[in-house]
Design a protein around this ligand. Structure first.
Ligand SMILES: [Zn+2]
Length: 276
Protein backbone atom coordinates (compact mmCIF):
# COMPACT_ATOMS: atom_id res chain seq x y z
CA UNK A 1 0.00 0.00 0.00
CA UNK A 2 1.53 3.28 -1.11
CA UNK A 3 0.16 6.10 0.97
CA UNK A 4 2.38 8.94 2.01
CA UNK A 5 3.25 8.88 5.70
CA UNK A 6 2.11 11.90 7.68
CA UNK A 7 4.50 14.31 9.37
CA UNK A 8 3.63 15.49 12.89
CA UNK A 9 5.28 18.30 14.81
CA UNK A 10 4.62 18.04 18.53
CA UNK A 11 7.71 18.71 20.61
CA UNK A 12 9.09 15.61 18.91
CA UNK A 13 8.84 15.46 15.11
CA UNK A 14 7.65 12.12 13.75
CA UNK A 15 5.87 10.28 10.96
CA UNK A 16 2.82 8.04 11.19
CA UNK A 17 1.38 5.47 8.81
CA UNK A 18 -2.03 6.46 7.42
CA UNK A 19 -3.00 2.77 7.55
CA UNK A 20 -2.24 2.59 11.28
CA UNK A 21 -3.98 5.95 11.82
CA UNK A 22 -7.13 4.47 10.24
CA UNK A 23 -7.19 1.99 13.14
CA UNK A 24 -6.13 4.61 15.75
CA UNK A 25 -2.98 2.65 16.61
CA UNK A 26 -0.61 4.74 18.78
CA UNK A 27 2.72 4.71 16.92
CA UNK A 28 5.50 7.03 15.75
CA UNK A 29 8.55 6.87 13.52
CA UNK A 30 10.66 9.64 15.03
CA UNK A 31 12.92 11.93 13.04
CA UNK A 32 16.03 13.51 14.59
CA UNK A 33 14.11 16.69 15.52
CA UNK A 34 12.63 17.81 18.82
CA UNK A 35 15.10 16.44 21.37
CA UNK A 36 17.77 17.90 23.65
CA UNK A 37 21.01 16.24 22.52
CA UNK A 38 23.97 18.28 21.24
CA UNK A 39 25.91 17.71 18.01
CA UNK A 40 26.59 15.17 16.53
CA UNK A 41 23.56 13.64 18.30
CA UNK A 42 21.29 16.60 17.63
CA UNK A 43 18.72 16.44 18.74
CA UNK A 44 16.24 13.58 19.23
CA UNK A 45 18.75 10.81 19.88
CA UNK A 46 17.85 7.47 21.49
CA UNK A 47 21.26 5.85 22.14
CA UNK A 48 24.50 7.02 23.76
CA UNK A 49 26.39 5.79 20.69
CA UNK A 50 29.32 3.54 19.89
CA UNK A 51 31.80 6.04 18.40
CA UNK A 52 34.51 8.04 20.17
CA UNK A 53 32.00 10.71 21.10
CA UNK A 54 29.16 9.61 23.36
CA UNK A 55 25.91 11.33 24.11
CA UNK A 56 25.17 11.76 27.79
CA UNK A 57 22.70 9.31 29.28
CA UNK A 58 20.57 12.08 30.78
CA UNK A 59 19.90 13.60 27.35
CA UNK A 60 18.97 10.18 25.96
CA UNK A 61 16.60 9.68 28.88
CA UNK A 62 15.04 13.10 28.34
CA UNK A 63 14.60 12.32 24.65
CA UNK A 64 12.68 9.18 25.60
CA UNK A 65 10.50 11.31 27.89
CA UNK A 66 9.79 13.79 25.08
CA UNK A 67 8.99 10.96 22.64
CA UNK A 68 6.75 9.06 25.07
CA UNK A 69 4.80 12.26 25.75
CA UNK A 70 3.36 11.86 22.24
CA UNK A 71 1.37 8.97 23.78
CA UNK A 72 0.68 10.85 27.03
CA UNK A 73 3.24 8.72 28.89
CA UNK A 74 6.89 9.02 29.95
CA UNK A 75 10.13 7.01 29.79
CA UNK A 76 9.00 4.65 32.56
CA UNK A 77 6.50 3.12 30.10
CA UNK A 78 9.07 2.42 27.37
CA UNK A 79 10.62 -1.00 26.74
CA UNK A 80 13.67 -0.92 24.47
CA UNK A 81 15.19 -3.70 22.42
CA UNK A 82 18.87 -4.64 22.86
CA UNK A 83 19.84 -4.82 19.22
CA UNK A 84 22.59 -6.99 17.78
CA UNK A 85 21.12 -7.83 14.33
CA UNK A 86 19.73 -11.03 15.84
CA UNK A 87 16.37 -12.61 15.05
CA UNK A 88 15.29 -12.83 18.69
CA UNK A 89 11.82 -11.48 19.46
CA UNK A 90 10.70 -11.42 23.10
CA UNK A 91 7.32 -11.04 24.73
CA UNK A 92 7.46 -7.88 26.84
CA UNK A 93 5.31 -7.72 29.97
CA UNK A 94 4.81 -5.53 33.02
CA UNK A 95 8.28 -6.43 34.33
CA UNK A 96 9.80 -4.80 31.23
CA UNK A 97 8.21 -1.41 31.78
CA UNK A 98 11.15 1.01 31.70
CA UNK A 99 13.54 -1.64 30.35
CA UNK A 100 16.57 0.16 28.90
CA UNK A 101 15.43 3.56 30.16
CA UNK A 102 14.97 3.49 33.94
CA UNK A 103 15.63 -0.26 34.30
CA UNK A 104 18.75 -2.08 33.06
CA UNK A 105 18.61 -3.19 29.40
CA UNK A 106 18.11 -6.81 28.35
CA UNK A 107 21.24 -8.87 28.95
CA UNK A 108 20.77 -10.85 25.71
CA UNK A 109 20.21 -10.17 22.01
CA UNK A 110 16.74 -8.73 21.42
CA UNK A 111 15.87 -7.21 18.05
CA UNK A 112 12.12 -7.44 18.31
CA UNK A 113 9.36 -7.19 20.90
CA UNK A 114 5.68 -8.05 21.08
CA UNK A 115 3.22 -7.31 23.87
CA UNK A 116 -0.40 -7.59 24.94
CA UNK A 117 0.07 -5.08 27.79
CA UNK A 118 -1.65 -1.73 27.87
CA UNK A 119 0.31 1.51 27.92
CA UNK A 120 3.60 -0.32 27.41
CA UNK A 121 5.54 1.35 24.59
CA UNK A 122 7.74 -0.93 22.45
CA UNK A 123 10.81 0.81 21.01
CA UNK A 124 13.16 -0.24 18.22
CA UNK A 125 16.06 1.92 17.08
CA UNK A 126 17.59 2.48 13.67
CA UNK A 127 19.79 4.69 11.51
CA UNK A 128 19.38 3.20 7.98
CA UNK A 129 18.14 -0.25 9.07
CA UNK A 130 14.43 -0.96 8.72
CA UNK A 131 12.03 -0.40 11.62
CA UNK A 132 8.85 -2.45 11.18
CA UNK A 133 5.76 -2.03 13.36
CA UNK A 134 3.04 -4.69 13.55
CA UNK A 135 -0.48 -4.54 14.95
CA UNK A 136 -3.31 -7.02 15.37
CA UNK A 137 -6.35 -4.77 14.95
CA UNK A 138 -8.76 -7.38 16.34
CA UNK A 139 -6.97 -8.51 19.49
CA UNK A 140 -4.80 -5.47 20.24
CA UNK A 141 -1.40 -7.13 20.17
CA UNK A 142 1.51 -5.02 18.95
CA UNK A 143 5.02 -5.76 17.75
CA UNK A 144 8.16 -3.91 16.68
CA UNK A 145 11.26 -5.25 14.95
CA UNK A 146 14.64 -3.96 13.82
CA UNK A 147 15.24 -5.51 10.41
CA UNK A 148 18.54 -4.67 8.74
CA UNK A 149 19.73 -7.05 6.06
CA UNK A 150 20.70 -9.65 8.64
CA UNK A 151 17.32 -9.46 10.35
CA UNK A 152 15.64 -9.61 6.96
CA UNK A 153 17.70 -12.66 6.03
CA UNK A 154 16.71 -14.30 9.31
CA UNK A 155 13.03 -13.42 8.80
CA UNK A 156 12.72 -11.47 12.06
CA UNK A 157 9.36 -10.01 11.03
CA UNK A 158 8.13 -13.58 10.50
CA UNK A 159 9.37 -14.51 13.97
CA UNK A 160 7.41 -11.59 15.44
CA UNK A 161 4.27 -12.53 13.48
CA UNK A 162 4.49 -16.13 14.77
CA UNK A 163 4.83 -14.80 18.35
CA UNK A 164 1.71 -12.70 17.81
CA UNK A 165 -0.15 -15.74 16.44
CA UNK A 166 0.92 -17.74 19.51
CA UNK A 167 -0.79 -15.01 21.56
CA UNK A 168 -4.01 -15.41 19.58
CA UNK A 169 -3.53 -13.28 16.46
CA UNK A 170 -4.77 -14.31 13.06
CA UNK A 171 -2.47 -13.14 10.26
CA UNK A 172 -5.39 -11.63 8.39
CA UNK A 173 -5.87 -9.15 11.24
CA UNK A 174 -2.25 -7.95 11.32
CA UNK A 175 -1.22 -4.66 9.71
CA UNK A 176 2.40 -3.63 9.14
CA UNK A 177 4.24 -0.34 8.72
CA UNK A 178 7.77 -0.03 7.35
CA UNK A 179 9.52 3.14 8.51
CA UNK A 180 12.21 5.40 7.09
CA UNK A 181 15.37 3.49 6.13
CA UNK A 182 18.19 3.49 3.59
CA UNK A 183 16.58 3.65 0.14
CA UNK A 184 17.39 1.80 -3.07
CA UNK A 185 18.93 5.10 -4.22
CA UNK A 186 21.74 4.74 -1.66
CA UNK A 187 21.95 1.27 -0.10
CA UNK A 188 24.85 -0.31 -1.96
CA UNK A 189 25.64 -3.95 -1.17
CA UNK A 190 28.04 -6.60 -2.46
CA UNK A 191 27.19 -9.55 -4.70
CA UNK A 192 27.29 -11.87 -1.66
CA UNK A 193 24.02 -10.38 -0.41
CA UNK A 194 22.42 -10.92 -3.80
CA UNK A 195 23.39 -14.61 -3.55
CA UNK A 196 22.22 -14.96 0.04
CA UNK A 197 18.76 -13.57 -0.71
CA UNK A 198 18.16 -15.20 -4.10
CA UNK A 199 19.01 -18.52 -2.47
CA UNK A 200 16.25 -17.91 0.06
CA UNK A 201 13.83 -16.96 -2.73
CA UNK A 202 14.78 -16.41 -6.37
CA UNK A 203 12.05 -13.77 -6.71
CA UNK A 204 14.02 -11.56 -4.32
CA UNK A 205 16.37 -10.76 -7.22
CA UNK A 206 14.01 -7.98 -8.27
CA UNK A 207 14.93 -5.98 -5.17
CA UNK A 208 18.57 -5.83 -6.28
CA UNK A 209 19.51 -3.24 -8.90
CA UNK A 210 22.86 -4.13 -10.53
CA UNK A 211 25.60 -1.51 -10.67
CA UNK A 212 28.44 -1.42 -13.18
CA UNK A 213 31.04 -2.20 -10.48
CA UNK A 214 29.59 -5.64 -9.74
CA UNK A 215 27.71 -4.37 -6.71
CA UNK A 216 24.01 -3.78 -6.25
CA UNK A 217 21.59 -1.28 -4.82
CA UNK A 218 19.26 -3.14 -2.46
CA UNK A 219 15.65 -2.06 -1.99
CA UNK A 220 15.24 -2.87 1.71
CA UNK A 221 11.67 -1.58 1.81
CA UNK A 222 10.60 -3.68 -1.18
CA UNK A 223 12.39 -6.74 0.15
CA UNK A 224 10.84 -6.42 3.60
CA UNK A 225 7.41 -5.93 2.03
CA UNK A 226 7.91 -9.19 0.11
CA UNK A 227 9.06 -10.96 3.29
CA UNK A 228 5.92 -9.76 5.13
CA UNK A 229 3.71 -11.00 2.28
CA UNK A 230 5.54 -14.35 2.34
CA UNK A 231 4.76 -14.50 6.07
CA UNK A 232 1.05 -14.24 5.35
CA UNK A 233 0.40 -10.50 5.66
CA UNK A 234 -1.94 -9.15 3.01
CA UNK A 235 -0.37 -6.71 0.54
CA UNK A 236 -3.14 -4.18 1.32
CA UNK A 237 -2.24 -4.33 5.01
CA UNK A 238 1.36 -3.24 4.57
CA UNK A 239 2.30 0.44 4.42
CA UNK A 240 5.74 1.82 3.69
CA UNK A 241 7.24 5.24 4.34
CA UNK A 242 9.69 5.20 1.40
CA UNK A 243 11.81 8.06 2.72
CA UNK A 244 15.55 7.45 2.44
CA UNK A 245 17.53 8.13 5.61
CA UNK A 246 20.79 8.53 3.62
CA UNK A 247 19.34 11.18 1.27
CA UNK A 248 17.74 13.12 4.12
CA UNK A 249 20.34 13.50 6.86
CA UNK A 250 18.89 16.89 7.74
CA UNK A 251 15.92 14.98 9.18
CA UNK A 252 17.37 11.53 9.97
CA UNK A 253 20.50 9.93 11.35
CA UNK A 254 22.25 7.71 8.79
CA UNK A 255 24.97 5.23 9.61
CA UNK A 256 26.03 5.02 5.96
CA UNK A 257 26.50 8.78 5.67
CA UNK A 258 27.63 9.73 9.19
CA UNK A 259 29.46 6.65 10.44
CA UNK A 260 29.56 6.00 14.18
CA UNK A 261 29.59 9.65 15.25
CA UNK A 262 25.84 10.11 15.06
CA UNK A 263 22.58 9.69 16.87
CA UNK A 264 19.98 6.93 16.49
CA UNK A 265 16.26 7.23 15.79
CA UNK A 266 13.50 5.29 17.51
CA UNK A 267 10.14 3.96 16.41
CA UNK A 268 7.43 3.49 19.03
CA UNK A 269 4.21 1.51 19.17
CA UNK A 270 1.76 0.55 21.91
CA UNK A 271 -1.66 -1.07 22.14
CA UNK A 272 -4.80 1.00 21.83
CA UNK A 273 -6.31 2.06 25.14
CA UNK A 274 -9.47 0.13 25.87
CA UNK A 275 -12.58 2.19 26.51
CA UNK A 276 -13.21 2.36 30.24
ZN1 LIG B 1 18.86 7.69 -0.83
Amino acid sequence: MNQQFLLHKDTAVYYTSPLFDTYSVPHAFFTRHGGVSASPFDTLNFAVGTGEKRDDAQSVLLNHRIAASVFGLDETSVCRTYQTHSTTVLLADENDRGRGTVLPPYDCDVDGLVTVCEELILSVRSADCVPILLYDVKNDICGAVHSGWRGTQGNISGVAIEKMCALGSDKKDIIAAIGPCAGVCCYEVGAELYHIFTEINKDYSKYFVPKENGKYFLDLTGLNTAVLINNGIDDNRISACNICTCCNTKDFFSHRVMGKERGTMASFIMNRRKAK
